[in-house]
Ligand binder design. Structure first.
Ligand code: SAH
Ligand code: SF4
Ligand code: F3S
Length: 498
């Protein structure tokens, strides 16, 4: 695994750490640097005893927030001295879990079972679980009772203390479980290290948590209240990333349009985008996710006049029925959503629009479902993630009567999927014959004579080329549309210097 390491600041902190002294009391990066240094000594001793390198693997379930958190976990493990690997036949395996739908939880337990052969071979193997699912008390109970071999458990609010928890588990006698799941997050720790998966692109958290409480959604319960990072911290991180060769940043938050609420010095999301736009070396800016209720005209203006903000907006619809939208606590109607979509298309005709839709929310009738199909047909999304409603305990919707029978939901889901796929194919093909800038991401997985990249609209393009192009932005003619992707030809025009 070829990671790219971030945070020189943290390296400096480690150099200045003296293990003869007590760890710093304040819960911040200096304290974590202390424990990281201690972890690296423990790992070195183990490696000497074993006569080989210790390996670690982090597996991510869930969304981009979790992907970014995993990069931070890998950064800490790499600094501690582990050799990072993609194989779960490792000395330490950490699952960063998701719990947004029930099948996410089921997958984690299934995967844990799959580790038994490795555990038998390597009894000292450390298996850890972290992330959103660990914020649920019932899951913790289950792990305490039925999964004694899981040695380390921590929640979303304890990630910044991973180095300290790692030391505790490395020092604990076999069989002990180290479990730390705090109820709430009261501060944001800056300057944690991270090991990036890509050299040229990176996610950047601009905020944590969510205040929206959509009635179906567990995220506010497991990620806590919304909290924005200070714009200067975000700009500093992105400036460092750009210096490191990153060209594309994805600004991450559950609802980026409400960025800045609660900051002492107010800053809107549109203003933040303008600050990021000025950072030299950054050529593409993406963000995720936009809540339709908070998408401002200022943001549309900022996007329209920007040379760097990508022509892609993910705008979750969830449902096209006003009755269901209200029961979901979404604070918009199908008409205000459609008006917004029309405005976006008018201002940016080359914009690609994608969405999330849930079918089978409690009380959804065939008529409500038809209204969803109607909005889908009017907006004509480039692509859509479609989900079957999943009852999450603790949420308001879980207490609602009128849960829709499985067979009805599956039938609606199939019909919706067919419709979004048909429209998605048609919309994707509208770029055929155009030459567009493509950020080259990797060698094609099936044919190594092809490279794979993305246009500003996030459309995937495969084209003949070699791996020296990875990380560069080149012009590619989109020759033929193959459903949701293109086969193209590079026509030159390397934008990489910009
Ligand atoms: N904050 C983001 C989405 C986070 S979860 C937003 O508001 O857009 C990603 C998607 O999962 C949601 O948009 C929703 O479509 C889906 N989702 C969330 N909870 C769900 C549930 N209980 N059942 C089915 N889908 C769900
Ligand atoms: Fe969940 Fe709604 Fe928050 Fe998105 S905005 S994370 S769907 S509560
Ligand atoms: Fe899942 Fe947590 Fe993201 S529940 S969708 S990993 S915020």
């Amino acid at each position: 695994m070829n990671g790219v390491f971030e945070s020189e600041e943290f390296r400096r902190l480690i150099q200045h750490t003296d293990l003869e002294k007590e760890p710093p009391e304040e819960d911040g990066s200096a304290r974590q640097a202390y424990f990281l240094k201690e972890a690296s000594e423990l790992i070195r001793e183990k490696e000497e005893k074993l006569g080989r390198r210790m390996t670690a693997c982090v597996v991510t379930f869930g969304c981009q927030m979790n992907e970014r958190d995993s990069e931070k976990l890998r950064g800490i493990l790499a600094l501690a001295g582990y050799e990072m690997t993609d194989s779960e036949d490792a000395d330490l395996v950490l699952y960063n879990t998701c719990t947004v739908r029930e099948n996410a939880n089921i997958r984690v337990y299934g995967r844990l079972g799959g580790l038994s052969a490795y555990r038998k071979k390597n009894p000292e193997m450390i298996i850890g679980l972290c992330g959103c699912m660990m914020q649920e008390p019932d899951e913790i109970e289950k792990i305490r009772k039925d999964f004694r071999y899981v040695r380390l458990v921590f929640g979303t609010h304890n990630l910044h203390r991973f180095a300290e928890l790692l030391v505790r588990v490395l020092l604990s006698d076999k069989g002990e479980q180290v479990i730390e799941v705090a109820g709430k997050d009261d501060h944001i720790v800056e300057n944690l290290p991270a090991e990036r998966t890509y050299l040229f692109k990176s996610g950047v958290n601009i905020m944590f948590g969510c205040n929206n409480f959509c009635t179906y959604c567990i995220v506010p319960y497991v990620r806590g209240r919304e909290k924005s990072r200070k714009p200067e911290d975000i700009v500093r991180e992105i400036t460092e990333l750009a210096r490191d060769g990153v060209k594309e940043v994805m600004l991450l938050g559950q609802n980026v349009n409400s960025y800045g609420r609660g900051l002492l010095e107010p800053c809107s999301f549109a203003e933040l985008l303008q600050m990021v736009e000025k950072i030299d070396g950054i050529e593409r800016i993406r963000f995720m996710t936009s809540h339709p209720k908070d998408l401002s005209d200022d943001l549309i203006e900022a996007m329209k006049h920007s040379e760097k903000i990508c022509r892609h907006l993910h705008l979750p619809l969830q449902s096209g029925s006003d009755r269901i939208l209200s029961a979901m606590n979404r604070h918009y109607t199908s008409e205000t959503y459609l008006e917004l979509a029309r405005k976006l298309r008018r201002e940016m005709p080359d914009l690609s629009l994608t969405t999330d839709i849930i079918v089978g929310f409690p009380g959804e009738t065939e008529e409500d479902f038809q209204q969803t199909l109607d909005v889908v047909r009017k907006v004509r999304y480039d692509s859509a993630f479609t989900f079957i409603y999943s009852k999450r305990s603790g949420t308001a919707a879980a207490r609602m009567e009128d849960q829709v029978p499985d067979e009805v939901v599956h039938d609606r889901f199939d019909r919706l999927l067919k419709e979004v796929q048909k429209i998605g194919r048609e919309e994707t093909s509208r770029f055929e014959g155009q030459t567009l800038p493509v950020l080259v991401e990797r060698v094609n997985r099936e044919d190594d004579s092809l490279m794979t990249g993305r246009t500003s609209q996030n459309t995937v393009v495969h084209f003949p080329g070699d791996c020296s192009l990875i990380g560069q932005i080149v012009d590619v003619r989109l020759d033929s549309c193959k459903g949701f992707y293109y086969i193209g030809t590079m026509t030159g025009g390397n934008h990489a210097a910009g």
